[in-house]
Design a protein around this ligand. Sequence first.
Ligand SMILES: Cc1cc2nc3c(=O)[nH]c(=O)nc-3n(C[C@H](O)[C@H](O)[C@H](O)COP(=O)(O)OP(=O)(O)OC[C@H]3O[C@@H](n4cnc5c(N)ncnc54)[C@H](O)[C@@H]3O)c2cc1C
Length: 422
Amino acid sequence: MGQQKKVLILGCNFAGLGAAQKIREYAGYQVDITCVDQKSYLDFTPNIPSEALHGRDPAVTMHMPIVKTLKEEGIQFVQGEVKKIHVEDRRVAIQPSERPGSPQYDMTYDYLVVALGTRLAFDDIKGFAEYGHAVSDAFHTNRLMNYLSREYKGGPIAIGSARFQQGQKGKPDWLPTASAVCEGPAVEFSLSLAHWLEKNHKGGAQNITLFTPAKMIAEDAGEKVVTQLLKTVSSRGLRYKNNMEDIDFIDQDGIQFKNGEYIAAELKVVFPNWKPHIFMKGLPISDELGFVVTDLRMRNPDHPEVFACGDAAAITVPKLESIGHQECEVVGKQIAADIGVISIQEANKKWMPEVVYLGDMGDGKAFYIHSSSWFGGDKEIFKIGHLNHDFKWAYQKMFFQTGGKIPSWGYPTFQWMTEKAL
Ligand SMILES: Cc1cc2nc3c(=O)[nH]c(=O)nc-3n(C[C@H](O)[C@H](O)[C@H](O)COP(=O)(O)OP(=O)(O)OC[C@H]3O[C@@H](n4cnc5c(N)ncnc54)[C@H](O)[C@@H]3O)c2cc1C
């Protein structure tokens, strides 16, 4: 036991939990694993907006306890806030967060996995606090549902994203620079809200304008997919505005954009820029913004004992849970190879990320995207159907029932059915 390598994982939502489980799966008990997160549950963000539109409170239904799940696999959990990473001497300052007022403590490591996600920069958008709404967490989504149920007067609704700032230091050539960080949720929420408005006699798709800073919304899904997606959007009756550049400010009557256009709206639902946490900037492992630079082994080139996965990693663009999930597999194998449990060839098998997305459209239907063209591949699959909707909810149920360990046949079975069989 004394020779166990110490793995310290910062953040324990999708990427942190997934990395911990994959490291345990591949490296076994030859490593000692500790996860640190400021909260002791997993926030199932992807289903939060739809959950609320189905009349359920996501604070009740979308938070999965993680401490027991981790304990069952011999993984320690520390509820604390990461304050500083001292890369050169392999230690991290954390402040326990169960009760306010705790001192800071140092935790040391042999391997560090940064899975801290990002900071959603609502505070960069002038007027958001007074006039904006969001669906990125239970608080904002419940606040929006209260507004829709009690105050909404049936006026125009604008839904879309601010511009994403992507770091360029260490960016590989195969990775394009994105204008928006993750636009699936904006499209998904627009479609399912249109259905909700109709069902609740408060209007419909004609109330909604979907906007994007980019030339093409959800650009990372590829042109073929987006053409079909936009056909769906317009056949439903939603308006669409592209090339908006960025949100300049929000006021009571609408949104002013950096390209000079103004969209009048009673309700403004925005997705902000996703930024690295402030303490990540200036570290020897970070790009100029604070995202962690890695190669496709998810290792930092200058500090190979440091890994990153999920939204915190610079190469995770677009920032999707499904891409973080692919990266956790890589981290697990890399650490297992380092300690000699699997071969280096097995760990270094070539892979490229793929965009996988399931978007609720209301009325029991969902769209499914499986695409690799953003990363230079040739896959661009787009399907609409009831099976996609059922799988979206079944996936979340399976995730909670298995503590995040979806059986290996789960997604491939669905993929085969939706892409090949139906
Ligand atoms: C509305 C919405 C819908 C989405 N829908 C989809 C979808 O359908 N499909 C999809 O693939 N992706 C979707 N995404 C994106 C997806 O949610 C993210 O890609 C995913 O959550 C990233 O996981 P992560 O673990 O890297 O980061 P996060 O989920 O952000 O987790 C980071 C963790 O780090 C912890 N943390 C942060 N700072 C500190 C600190 N200083 N100290 C201690 N702990 C800290 C946090 O508490 C958190 O638990 C959606 C996002 C949004 C906002």
